[in-house]
Design a protein around this ligand. Structure first.
Ligand code: NAD
Length: 484
């Protein structure tokens, strides 16, 4: 841990209002947002009432956008330019409410700009298909054309705390690109960035009726968001328990569920061990380990494990963590003290069951140090469940069969990383891993904002995000046929 540059202190808390079709609405009942590093009051957001939710949904359903492709392109590009011009301000806001280091927040703002760039450009691409009908003996001289239309009802977007900007924009930008109307409920832990983003989109020219933002107590407002007849689609990113609740509640609505992960990095004996250790450390600690695709299990072949672990500890020791507003820090806090305490508990439990703590497991409030555990076995809680923090648990294995069986031996199936140069093994792992993505010699989280992304098993229903896939699932396909 290290101290450093002057902390960023907001002059006063940011007291936000709901945005219902752009209109700012305050409520007496509020939620406080505290900076996880020192507990400073960062801001407050209103608790929406059921009437607020109903009004937002009805407005979204009733509004029919007439924006052309060019209009949508320009709005999204303008929003990207506004974000670029406020990059530092937005990064500081993310850091303020999440405790993520400024380095992580800056990176996240850059990713959000990529999302807007891709969504803008994909809005220009014609998504129709043409089918000639004279293809078979009973064919005709006709053609069938397809047309992508926005949904009739509203899209409800529910997002988690760990990427306060990027998770939100991955739902909102594809919706704008396809002329849909969104009611967004960001995490009540990190809602301030979502409100700032909504204002940027309005400023960029988005008709306010196309985006409302609501915060509140899920126990009061979630069911209305999930069951209202005004809603056609629920797109959710968050934990498995919440995702399964939504799956049972949002009946006869399209559901996109991007849930938790327990991603392995698998290091085989022929791998470049230096590279593998760098990927494992980066994958474990970036974003304070709070990524759905963070490295959560490190599977290393026994013959190279000692050297690998030595390098991993070295790289872990080099991670600078502390005051999230110190620009030299690699890692800030995790989201709150309760989460940091949970990591401490599962790490202590693993040590009690025979794992070796090599570095870390030091906690101060919500600050939790990068931690390496060796000799972990798959039955330990730290790897059986998703540990959503900067913990690197090393599981040693002997054979490739064993590695595949351990990797697949969890309810999750989001992404994975494989370190080897052997093409025979690369093809085997790609075929046999039960996951949505396999990244060879890259972290599990590697992606373009446009590439298909999402998991199977408990990590999701298999419908992907990524701008292109999201645009596809946010549309109805209509066909029409013409007599030539
Ligand atoms: P969470 O499930 O606790 O909360 C996510 C959102 O759901 C929040 O906005 C919350 O208010 C809302 N919510 C809570 N109860 C609800 C209910 N009954 N009905 C509807 N919505 C409800 O998740 P979190 O702790 O904010 O985020 C961490 C989790 O998200 C981790 O498991 C992580 O792996 C996962 N995640 C997945 C992806 C992915 O793309 N697969 C990406 C990022 C995070």
């Amino acid at each position: 841990m290290s101290g450093g540059a002057a902390p960023f202190l907001p002059r006063q808390p940011i007291n936000e209002a709901l945005r219902i079709a752009g209109e700012k609405i305050s409520r007496d009942r509020i939620i406080e947002i505290r900076h996880p590093y020192d507990g400073t009051l960062a801001g407050t957001v209103p608790k929406a009432t059921l009437d607020d939710v109903r009004r937002a949904l009805r407005t979204a359903r009733d509004f029919k956008s007439t924006l052309t492709r060019h209009d949508r392109y320009r709005i999204l590009m303008r929003a990207g330019a506004l974000i670029a011009s406020r990059r530092d301000e937005l990064a500081r806001l993310i850091t303020l409410e999440s405790g993520l280091s400024l380095k992580d927040s800056q990176y996240e703002v850059g990713r959000a700009m990529d999302v807007l760039l891709f969504a803008a450009n994909l809005a220009l691409v014609d998504d129709g298909e043409v089918f000639s009908c004279d293809l078979t003996a009973h064919g005709k001289n006709r053609k069938v054309y397809t047309l992508k239309e926005p949904l009739q009802g509203a899209i409800v977007a529910i997002t988690p705390f760990n990427h306060p900007l990027n998770q939100v924009i991955h739902k909102v930008a594809p919706a704008v690109a396809t002329n849909n109307r969104v009611v967004l409920k960001p995490s009540e832990k990190t809602p301030l960035t979502a409100y700032a983003l909504a204002d940027i989109l309005y400023e960029a020219g988005l008709p306010p009726a196309m985006l409302s933002v609501l915060t509140g107590d899920p126990a009061e407002i979630a069911d209305e968001l999930l069951t209202s007849a005004d809603v056609d689609l629920v797109t959710f990113t968050g934990g498995v328990a919440t995702g399964k609740y939504i799956a049972g509640k949002a009946v006869y609505k399209r559901q996109i569920l991007e849930l938790g992960g327990n991603d392995p990095i698998i290091v085989l004996e022929d791998a470049d061990i230096e590279e593998a250790a760098s990927l494992a450390a980066g994958g474990s600690y970036k974003n304070s380990g709070q990524r759905c695709t963070a490295v959560k299990r490190i599977l290393v072949q026994e013959t190279v494990a000692d050297r690998f672990v030595e390098l991993l500890v070295e790289k872990t020791r080099a991670v600078r963590y502390g005051d999230p507003f110190d620009p030299t820090m690699d890692m800030g806090t995790v989201i709150d003290e309760a989460s940091a305490r949970r990591f401490e508990t599962v790490v202590n439990e693993a040590v009690g069951q025979g794992a070796k703590l090599l570095i870390g497991n030091v906690r101060r409030g919500a600050l939790y140090s990068p931690t390496v555990l060796d000799d972990v076995v798959p039955s330990m809680t730290v790897v059986r469940q998703e540990t959503f923090g900067p913990v690197s648990p090393v599981i040693r294995f002997k054979t490739v069969d064993e590695a595949i069986s351990i990797a697949n031996g969890t309810p999750y199936g989001l992404s994975s990383s494989l370190c080897t140069n052997r093409i025979d093994l690369i093809t085997r792992f790609i075929q046999e891993l039960q996951v949505g993505s396999v990244n060879v010699r890259e972290v599990p989280g590697y992606r373009l904002e446009m590439t298909p992304f999402g998991g199977i098993k408990d990590s999701g229903l298999g419908y992907k995000e990524g701008v292109k896939e999201a645009m596809r699932s946010f549309c109805n396909t209509k066909t029409y046929s013409l007599p030539w």
